[in-house]
Design a protein around this ligand. Structure first.
Ligand code: PBG
Length: 329
């Protein structure tokens, strides 16, 4: 017997039958967005080695791929494109007949999926950076992304996605001013009702490794530290997010998720907008690698990851686990 009267026993509410009644957080299939990779250079589905269960699909297979997602109960997809060819500015990103535009037209015409599109250039530029490059004074002599020249291209890309039928556009290039530019471009083109989900606090993270294989968007030189956020900074994330809110962002995304749950929570507390978290490729791959060795239970750790992200304050989660977890719910 303990030294004092043990009246408060949290264990009482942990038994089956009651634990769900008192659970504070749930993961629902309708909270999840499944990433889908569409590859204009492929004529059959190509598995992505570092992301087991995921594949690049040809444009012609995009509807079938999205149908598979819908069957699990997940209702939303994020389309990423691998273009037929790349150039210096990433013009394939805003091509009316580009890979995402074609896939979006097909998927929105033939399925009930809610279609989000990634708006960025790293898959479309030869150099793999998220915009147009500039050399000179502002970049200290080296090559960097020309922020303001990139804005116009982001806007035309987002408008071309909306014109193809995208339900929401998601700019991920961390270009200053991107949300405002895209918002006014969409409005000028009659897409006032298409929301913008901003990758508002996107960090320069080593957890993106497998994605860069998947989408063929690794930078050919240097890294993204002059436009993506420094992992050391939390207060700066609030400043980043506030700028996007002021520019009209509808949904605020934090990326990555698991290593940045403090940021998810801070954004949740500071703003009233829906908060999204991107449970990125590295966070997916590492559980698979450990499970393959028999060190972790794959489905249990996947579900626990999503629960943690929701508990931190995210309303929606972009995750490679979407189908796996939804099927189990
Ligand atoms: C491109 C983009 C990246 C991811 C999503 N969009 C890669 C990057 O910034 O290097 C990474 C997603 C993931 O790792 O799952 N702007």
């Amino acid at each position: 017997m303990s030294e004092y009267d043990l009246t408060d026993r949290p264990r009482r509410l942990r038994r089956d039958g009651v634990r769900d009644l008192v659970s504070e957080t749930t993961v629902r299939a309708s909270d999840l967005i499944a990433p889908v990779f569409v590859d204009a250079t492929a004529d059959e589905r190509v598995p992505i080695d570092s992301m087991p269960g995921h594949e690049r699909v040809p444009v012609e297979e995009s509807v079938a791929r999205v149908e598979e997602v819908l069957e699990t109960g997940v209702e939303a997809v994020m389309l990423f494109g691998i273009p037929e060819s790349k150039d210096a500015v990433g013009s394939g990103a805003w091509d009316e007949d580009g890979v995402v535009q074609r896939a979006t037209r097909a998927v929105s015409a033939e399925t009930d999926a809610y279609v989000l599109t990634d708006v960025c250039f790293c898959e479309y530029t030869e150099h793999g950076h998220c915009g147009v490059l500039e050399k000179g004074a502002r970049s200290g002599g080296g090559l960097t992304v020309d922020n303001d020249a990139t804005l116009a291209n982001l806007t035309r890309t987002a408008v071309s996605h909306a014109a193809a039928g995208a339900d929401m556009v998601a700019p991920s290039s961390m270009t200053d001013g991107m949300v405002g530019a895209i918002r006014s471009g969409l409005d000028r083109s009659g897409f006032e009702d298409v929301p913008v989900m901003s990758y508002a606090a996107k960090y320069q993270s080593a957890f993106y490794g497998p994605f860069r294989d998947a989408a063929d968007g690794a930078p050919a030189f240097g890294d993204r530290r002059h436009y993506q956020m420094n992992p050391a900074n939390a207060r700066e994330a609030i400043r980043e997010v506030r700028l996007d809110v002021e520019q009209g962002a509808d949904v605020l995304m934090v990326k990555p998720a698991l290593a940045y749950l403090d940021i998810v929570r801070a954004v949740r507390e500071e703003f009233d907008h829906p908060v999204a978290a991107y449970n990125v490729s590295g966070e997916y791959a590492m559980l698979h690698a450990a499970a393959e060795k028999g060190w972790l239970d794959l489905e249990a750790t996947a579900h626990e990851s999503l629960l943690a992200i929701k508990r931190a304050g995210a309303n929606l989660i972009l995750t490679y686990w979407a189908e796996t977890v939804a099927e189990r719910l």
